[in-house]
Design a protein around this ligand. Structure first.
Ligand SMILES: [Zn+2]
Length: 368
């Protein structure tokens, strides 16, 4: 969703400005910290529309004895009428895009959701959504983002107020968030005249088509040459309460390795986080097996990487797929041909279908 990336970039700088304004009492139970409404995200999927408003606060690390268990609880009130819902959220507004607007024009009108209006009030944002009550009923949840530790020893906490409009009366389609790694100026690996960011995007688009054609609800973190932040990529999966998040990459060897040595290694692997709220080692095994078998390439041992941001900020099962090894001439030749990229996408799709078939995963409750 590139249209929101500029909003996010703006929110970072504005939040930094807002940090010193936070009320940093020694007794946080008495004084409420300053909260800021810093971002708005909108997701349009085949079977649901989802709107998420970000509320943030920024506190000195010293005031939060246990940051991992701290959760910012947004203050909001809800009014429902026939075919419309109004949610008024407390917080200063950090983004001009969120204030003084009668209509939020970035919403894609759907049969479920016809419009969203925003109204700016003093220290409040009122969001009104018009929907078709024969097709959907709104559900409101809150979704936490992983805390951000700032260079000035403050911590930014963000929680989204999420309003979801899903199709009623059907078995919910499984939701897949597909993430094409890197993008924009972040090229990823570069080898054999190939750019990893481009290969990742094409593979992700091929995967998208397969999942969509089989009835899945699919959201892509990017569909062009943009570079969403890692937290924004994870947010998409968390806000949508996705069944899985798949991040598509291609592998390389360390920069300081001699070129001749780099060319010795080829094959596929997958990364997961065993310490995640919903670890996805089984999915990683299935994907690496299927990709290696389908492309007839070597498989490297899976990597348990709890330190990677995408893997430790997603509350849903997440796997990073390292499809093949870009410096190796044969892997590179294969990756450069769409027929093989299609094979790899098919393998990722088949592995995911197997995962759902053997897994007892149910939708809901993905937050820690
Ligand atoms: Zn990569």
């Amino acid at each position: 969703m590139p249209i929101f990336m500029s909003l996010f970039a703006a929110s970072i700088s504005l939040v930094m400005l807002f940090c010193p304004l936070s009320t940093t009492a020694k007794s946080p139970e008495i004084t409420q910290p300053t909260t800021v409404i810093s971002d708005l995200k909108y997701f349009h999927l085949e079977h649901k529309d989802v709107v998420a408003v970000a509320v943030e606060t920024c506190l000195p690390a010293a005031d939060i004895p246990d940051p991992s268990s701290y959760r910012l609880e947004p203050q909001y009130r809800v009014k429902t009428q026939t075919n419309s819902i109004a949610i008024t959220i407390s917080g200063q507004q950090a983004l001009p895009e969120l204030s003084n607007k009668n209509l939020y024009t970035k919403v894609t009108p759907s049969s479920r959701l016809s419009q969203i209006a925003l109204a700016d009030k003093e220290n409040e944002l009122a969001l009104t959504a018009a929907y078709n009550d024969r097709l959907t009923q709104p559900q409101i949840t809150t979704v936490k983002r992983k805390r951000m530790i700032n260079p000035d020893n403050t911590i930014t906490f963000r929680t989204y107020v999420v309003v979801s409009f899903a199709d009623m009366g059907k078995i919910p389609a499984k939701t897949i968030v597909l993430d094409a790694g890197h993008g924009g100026t972040a090229l990823g690996a570069t080898s054999n005249f190939l750019l990893e960011k481009d290969l990742n995007l094409d593979l992700a688009l091929l995967c998208r088509d397969l999942f969509v054609n089989h009835g899945y609800d699919v959201y892509m973190t990017r569909t062009d040459d943009s570079n969403p932040s890692l937290l924004d990529r994870a947010d998409a999966a968390n806000i949508l309460n996705a069944d899985i998040l798949l991040s598509i990459h291609n592998n390389s060897m360390p920069e300081d390795m001699p070129d001749a040595a780099k060319k010795l290694y080829r094959g596929t692997t997958a990364l997961y986080n065993s310490a995640a709220p919903k670890p996805a080692k089984e999915l990683a095994i299935l994907i690496a097996d299927e990709v290696a078998g389908s492309l007839h390439i070597h498989q490297y041992p899976l990597q348990d990487r709890p330190g990677l941001v995408l893997l430790n900020s997603s509350w849903v099962p997440v796997v990073i797929v390292e499809t093949a090894m870009m410096p190796h001439p044969q892997d590179a030749k294969m990756l450069s041909q769409r027929i093989y990229r299609n094979e790899a996408a098919q393998a990722i799709f088949q592995a995911t279908e197997k995962y759902f078939a053997i897994s007892s995963l149910t939708v809901g409750g993905n937050q820690p």
